[in-house]
Ligand binder design. Structure first.
Ligand code: SF4
Length: 359
């Protein structure tokens, strides 16, 4: 269970359950290797909570409130109003959002089950998802119709920084008439109103990260050895027959190892017809999918770079987490940790002291 918990970030829930059920069959040398790697890991939030790889939503959560993100790491379970212990992110509207994402994916793609025996297999499938999406775009032969692929994994360290990211792009579409590539993020809304600027801000950052990661992939700016190192993968280990067969059936022959798959991905990405992407967010109403609100926006690369410079020291334990500024105190109203938050208490004491001085 300990091992299963420590690899939680690398697997989705179903994989994790299957893994935990098979725990007694895991050879002792793998358990020992895992224990050793744990001891060798730097003791900072990046490695302690995220094993060296951040999800793109970690950064948006950090931008929303770094202190809240820290509490989520420390206390991931809360007692809800019905007296049940729940994961803090398992809110009904979030679960509804997940199922709507799946519905949208299935509108244009089918799910295929592939047996994975090793972590390398599971990453081989992730790379295949990317290869398939990009190959589909390269071979698109309908000049008057958009090509669309959904739920494509992405990864990389933007601008060669110390933070390594992974994520899933909700939609990439390509318009052959204009040669424009666009990254689209889907968000669900509970009410039939356009979101406020404070809400769209973190969504825009998320899209901008995806655009940058995709652009870097297309431009060949991906460090192969760093990928294998950060995800702790054996690049030359042979993939299982089930995974190799999937590659073969889709016409990608000669993929025996993860390294072969990675090289194929880079080769195909380099052939993409454009090197920069546009970005958009599509808001859908949870109770009525016909209601939509779309927002397109310009990319501000400098702002993204500045954000990364500000975020990095937190992940590397070079500074303490910070809560929200006084003008963003509205965020505390809905926060699950407001009753224990020391940042909020300090800020409120500071504010009272200032007020007393002014009086
Ligand atoms: Fe952040 Fe406010 Fe929550 Fe504290 S109460 S964690 S400052 S949102």
């Amino acid at each position: 269970k300990k091992l299963a918990a420590s690899i939680e970030d690398d697997f989705d829930d179903d994989e994790l359950v299957a893994f935990a059920e098979n725990l007694e069959n895991i050879p002792p040398e793998i358990l020992l290797k895992e224990e050793k790697q744990k001891k060798d890991r730097p003791n900072n939030p990046l490695f302690k909570y995220r094993r060296g790889v951040l999800s793109v939503s970690d950064l948006s959560a950090q931008i929303w409130c770094e202190q809240q993100l820290t509490y989520k790491f420390l206390y991931p379970f809360i007692l809800n109003d019905d007296g049940e212990i729940k994961r803090v992110d398992d809110k009904p509207h979030m679960l509804r959002g997940t199922s709507l994402h799946l519905e949208r994916e299935l509108e244009i793609q089918i799910k295929v089950t592939i047996e994975c025996k090793t972590r390398e297999d599971s990453y081989g499938v992730r790379l295949l998802n990317m290869i398939q999406g990009i190959h589909g775009l390269l071979t698109w032969n309908k000049p008057n119709e958009r090509y669309i692929t959904r739920e494509m994994p992405i990864f990389g360290n933007m601008y060669g920084g110390k933070l390594y990211f992974r994520g899933i792009i909700d939609e990439i579409n390509f318009d052959p008439r204009t040669n424009q590539l666009e990254v689209v993020e889907f968000k669900t809304r509970a009410s039939r109103t356009a979101p406020k600027a404070q809400q769209t801000y973190t969504h825009e950052i998320q899209v901008n990260i995806y655009r940058t990661l995709l652009d870097e992939l297309i431009q060949g700016q991906v460090d192969k050895s760093l990928y294998f190192q950060r995800f702790n993968l054996e690049s030359t280990m042979l993939l299982s027959d089930s995974v190799k067969n999937e590659y073969n059936q889709r016409g990608f022959t000669n993929v025996e190892t993860l390294e072969n798959a990675f090289d194929l991905l880079v080769k195909l990405s380099f052939q993409m017809p454009t090197i920069t992407t546009n970005g958009a967010i599509e808001y859908i109403l949870q109770s009525d999918k016909t209601w939509k609100h779309r927002k397109e926006f310009e990319r501000d690369e400098r702002h993204l770079e500045e954000l990364l410079i500000k975020s990095e020291p937190y992940w590397l334990s070079k500074r303490q987490p910070q809560g929200v500024d006084i003008e963003d105190a509205y965020k505390c109203q809905w926060c699950d940790y407001k009753d224990i938050c020391t940042w909020r208490e300090e800020k409120s004491n500071e504010f009272s002291r200032k007020k007393r001085r002014l009086n």
